[in-house]
Design a protein around this ligand. Structure first.
Ligand SMILES: [Zn+2]
Ligand SMILES: [Zn+2]
Length: 174
């Protein structure tokens, strides 16, 4: 149960970070790291399939080492399971997202099984973030399904309107 909760908590954080990237990351930052995250996000929204050109490691290498270090330190401190497992799971968030852009024929069966449960986000579900009525939407105009790890949270968050609320009261700044 805790493992499931940690997965969904990581999914929630992935959604909040993704919303922040789509809305607030505009223009140059003085931090090279943030500029590369923004460039990745912009490119992903223009060319979703581009991330498949990278290796699995290439999809997570900018953030995974930090998340693993954080998880290891938290584990060493003896914090509850969910506290260190969440960043550990989150480190794989973009990889799970990548598999939602991959053709199912190219996926290994354990990944397909996890997609079947909805615990790994699926192509059709994630497409709701990138397309409306079959047409690509820009990152500024994308309104739903910001969580990139599972099919479970987005329907709830979109139903209660979390991201609409953030759009209204936090951003985008126009
Ligand atoms: Zn995507
Ligand atoms: Zn987006």
């Amino acid at each position: 149960m805790t493992i499931l909760l940690a997965w969904l908590l990581a999914d929630l954080i992935s959604g909040l970070v993704h919303w922040y990237e789509d809305r607030a990351m505009t223009g140059q930052s003085r931090f090279a790291f943030l500029n590369s995250v923004r460039a990745d996000n912009e490119r992903h929204h223009k060319m979703p399939g581009f991330m498949l050109k990278f290796s699995w490691w290439g999809n997570i290498n900018t953030t995974a080492p930090f998340a693993w270090l954080l998880a290891a330190v938290l584990f060493y401190w003896g914090v509850p399971l969910i506290v260190w497992l969440t960043p550990a799971f989150l480190s794989f968030g973009n990889l799970v997202h990548r598999w939602a852009h991959e053709s199912p024929a190219r996926l290994y069966w354990p990944i397909k099984l996890m997609q079947w449960t909805g615990l790994f986000i699926t192509f059709n579900h994630h497409a709701g973030h990138h397309y409306v009525a079959g047409k690509p939407v820009s990152r500024e105009d994308s309104r739903i399904r910001f969580c990139v790890m599972s099919n479970w949270l987005n329907p709830i968050l979109d139903y209660v309107g979390l991201f609409r609320w953030l759009d209204k009261f936090v951003g985008p700044r126009k």
